[in-house]
Design a protein around this ligand. Structure first.
Ligand code: 5AD
Ligand code: SF4
Length: 472
């Protein structure tokens, strides 16, 4: 294709298809010069949303003509970053130093940084100053422009930086690549409006924007035609899906529509906010066997006083009553959670309330986090808890969640469960690994031909948080 400046389309996604073609030309010229293919590697930090964004990056890179490599000494390395806790940022800085070593050996190497961390001004300043070998920086709002940014990077000698403060745009129909052939994440909304006092997400991901139901359904139908049997509907707070659409739709209405898609066998979703979890959602889950028996319901704290300070809009009793309702409707449902320890001004009494909820609920599993102050959030301005106290509480909580998680998991021993086989076991290739409907992992004898299939497996031996099983 002969691309000249005056042909650049202004509308999306056509504009990005134009740049994909241009990048393809630039790349094949480079490949001819070097006499070899050019490779890329995407490293993802953080949550499922980032993992899905990375699949979009991979889709575009492959359509441009780069070849994926498992190694970080590729010609183009992209770090899709997370900034929800400071240790995520530190990891990126640490690994950048190591990448620079590769770059010194390979003058063709390009390095791009994107994702949540790039939405912070202080981060950009630090990279400009201390990591000037980075070639491209972009944020969370303009990831759809990746092809265009790659063209700018390939034709510029200077660091290209394009970070937007916000957007109301959702660009559909760009190519994506999937990590697994049989399952896929599907964004149903972007951003978050909740402003929990500790959380940086609303600042780096922007205001809540829901995709149109017809676009979501169309994407899932296409995925199913392509062999996908399980989808994970993704959003920071899926329970408030659709509220900002011109014709409002609820999350449970969307779920009912998704369940009608023929050939789709399993539907998961993440993350639910307790304040917006409706009775209607519980009813729809109960009535639709395609919806997996798993609810990830972040607690954050068991102290009603702290929950109020965190701006969570529920209290301990409300949370416990939601759990009771879910279990009453679906006795086999797995409930998992996120908990923060050491939130500013957390007293021993507050912490004991959290322990009490963990004891009472018996989560199947819980992600426990030490509070990490994030600049610009209200909680970061408050008096922080000494580290020794936080660490001690963290260990105490970990003991309870592990003990209860193992107890809850063991209750499934002897069950015959439907298991979606995901991969050959990483440590023993006579075994395959799959997930039960409620997300519990199970390993059993089998080979690669089972991957992507849903099979019946007897859970014979509980190994803490996972099972050994037998195909039945
Ligand atoms: N410090 C520690 N944990 C946090 N989370 C969000 N912000 C912070 C923070 N500043 C946790 C919450 C959330 C999960 C994704 O990360 O528990 O649910
Ligand atoms: Fe952060 Fe709260 Fe939004 Fe979750 S709901 S992303 S914790 S602000």
């Amino acid at each position: 294709m002969n691309t000249t400046l005056n042909q650049i389309p202004e509308t999306e996604p056509q504009r990005q298809f134009y740049y994909m073609n241009l990048a393809k030309e630039l790349l094949s010229k480079k490949e001819k010069e070097l006499g070899r293919k050019l490779t890329f590697h995407v490293t993802t930090f953080g949550c499922q949303m980032n993992a899905r964004d990375s699949e979009k990056l991979v889709g575009i890179l492959e359509s441009i003509g780069y070849e994926e490599s498992d190694e970080e000494d590729s010609d183009f390395v992209i770090y899709n970053t997370c900034t929800v806790r400071d240790n995520a940022n530190q990891k990126v800085y640490g690994r950048l130093g190591y990448l620079n070593g590769f770059k010194k050996k390979n003058p063709e190497m390009k390095i791009a940084l994107c994702g949540c961390m790039m939405q912070e001004e202080s981060v950009i300043e630090k990279i400009k100053k201390s990591y000037s070998f980075v070639d491209l920086i972009f944020g969370t709002h303009n990831i759809y422009k990746f092809a265009e940014l790659v063209c700018r990077m390939l034709t510029s000698k200077k660091m290209v930086i394009d970070v937007w403060q916000s957007t109301d745009k959702i660009v559909e129909e760009l190519p994506t690549e999937r990590k697994y052939a049989f399952k896929s994440g599907v964004n149903i909304m972007f951003g978050c409006n909740n402003f929990c006092s500790y959380c940086i997400v609303p600042y780096v991901r922007g205001r809540e924007r829901s995709r149109q139901p017809k676009d979501i359904i169309k994407e899932i139908e296409t995925l199913v035609c392509d062999g996908v049997v399980e989808v994970m509907l993704l959003g920071q707070n899926v329970n408030s899906y659709g509220k900002n659409l011109e014709e409002p739709v609820t999350f449970s209405e969307l779920l009912e529509e998704v369940c009608k898609i023929e050939g789709l066998q399993r539907v998961r979703f993440m993350t639910s906010h307790p304040k917006d979890l409706s009775d209607d959602l519980i009813r729809v889950m109960k009535e639709n066997k395609k919806i997996c028996r798993h609810m990830h319901l972040p607690l954050q704290s068991g102290s009603s006083r702290l929950l109020q300070d965190m701006n969570r809009h529920y209290d301990k009793e409300k949370y416990l009553s939601l759990v009771a309702k879910l279990r009453e409707a679906m006795p086999d449902i797995a409930i998992t959670t996120d908990i923060i320890v050491g939130y500013p001004e957390e007293t021993e009494e507050d912490f004991l309330e959290t322990m009490d909820v963990a004891e009472k609920v018996e989560f199947n599993s819980a992600f426990t986090f030490i509070y990490s102050p994030r600049t610009g959030t209200p909680a970061a301005e408050k008096k922080q808890i000494p580290e020794e106290i936080t660490k001690d509480r963290f260990q105490r909580l970990l003991r309870v969640v592990q003990e209860k998680g193992q107890k809850k998991t063991a209750e499934m021993t002897g069950n015959v469960e439907e298991v979606l086989v995901e991969q050959v076991n990483e440590h023993d290739d006579t075994l395959v690994t799959g997930r039960c409907d409620n997300n519990t992992l199970v390993h059993f004898k089998g080979d690669a031909s089972l991957i992507g299939q849903i099979v019946s497996v007897k859970l014979t031996e509980c190994k803490g948080f996972y099972f050994m099983g037998e195909l039945v």
